[in-house]
Design a protein around this ligand. Sequence first.
Ligand SMILES: Cc1cc2nc3c(=O)[nH]c(=O)nc-3n(C[C@H](O)[C@H](O)[C@H](O)COP(=O)(O)OP(=O)(O)OC[C@H]3O[C@@H](n4cnc5c(N)ncnc54)[C@H](O)[C@@H]3O)c2cc1C
Ligand code: SF4
Length: 335
Amino acid sequence: MHPFTYTRVDDVDAASAAVTTDAVSRAVQQPDDTVFIAGGTTQLDLMRDGVWSPGTVVDISRLPLAEVTVDGDTLVVGAAVTMAELARHEAVAGVPVLRDSLLLAASPQLRAMATIGGNVLQRTRCRYFRDPEVTQCNKRRPGSGCAAIEGTARTHAVLGVDAGCIAVHASDLAVALVALDARVRLHGPDGDRTIPVAELHVRADDDPARDNVLRPGELVTHLEVPLPDARSGYLKVRDRASYEFALTSAAVVARLEDGVLAHVAVGLGGVGSVPWRASRAEEVLRGRVASLALFEEAAAAELADAFTVPGTAFKPELARRTLVRQLRDVTGVTA
Ligand SMILES: Cc1cc2nc3c(=O)[nH]c(=O)nc-3n(C[C@H](O)[C@H](O)[C@H](O)COP(=O)(O)OP(=O)(O)OC[C@H]3O[C@@H](n4cnc5c(N)ncnc54)[C@H](O)[C@@H]3O)c2cc1C
Ligand code: SF4
């Protein structure tokens, strides 16, 4: 592993001050990179594999950001809370979409180490991105091409992508968060700001080299998750029953009033370069009488413009079926 300087900080201002380049927000490595590390379950892999060799690693795992509180109808989650801690919080028991997005992710050991902040900011699992011997990767080397287009692309994305990069965003939690209209609190050298989780990530077809909108020195301090007055659920389809990333997934939050979808919010996973908010499907569904035919119309609308390569040709259909099934399960409407 490339030598690096390690430093641990104990307050958020010191953390922001320590990161002076925009390494956090850009996928492209700069020689003087300084990066944050929280649970380390992604960051250490990238460093060990030689994909990302920062000069300085700033350990933020001991920041006083490890609390979950309920503020009115909003769950406020510190960025250093682990996935396991959040999954077992009593307020999360009533929000299946959130609980299951956590419990269906990774393994118990990983969930005990991995933090909420690190989960939503994890890098893509694209095998070509994670192999420094591969020279064609627009995410690592802008303008070099994309090895995945003609390679093994079974786990890659079909929404928010083009021929420049088809990397998928891997977080299950982030998919649930976009369906819950969650927000993320950021702290940086220029102060604090709060943005929707749906605006945190950058689509690959906008800029494959940029993963998120964090500014230099900015860190995630909290997530704000509105507790929904609605039913919800998270369905994850994967190649094996546990310890596997999603091929497709669907997060659905919905409330029926007299058979009409008075509230509906949908996130899709395993198919987007960002945690995918299925706005087209929601437009079809909102305010209409729930039925199987309507669910199918909505799912088809969402996937209509999917960008596929031979390896991902199966995904739009799998994603349509995943979404229809989850709309059925959450609403209880089956005909
Ligand atoms: C084998 C394996 C299987 C997995 N399966 C799944 C899965 O099925 N579903 C899923 O969702 N995830 C899965 N993961 C990913 C795992 O959930 C993430 O690695 C983990 O959540 C990252 O959290 P961390 O605290 O370890 O982050 P780290 O590795 O410490 O950091 C990850 C990135 O986030 C940045 N970062 C961390 N915290 C902050 C912060 N507060 N502010 C700004 N930047 C920050 C770091 O700089 C780094 O770039 C899997 C991982 C492995 C290794
Ligand atoms: S899909 Fe994106 S991350 Fe993967 S090789 Fe292509 S450009 Fe790189």
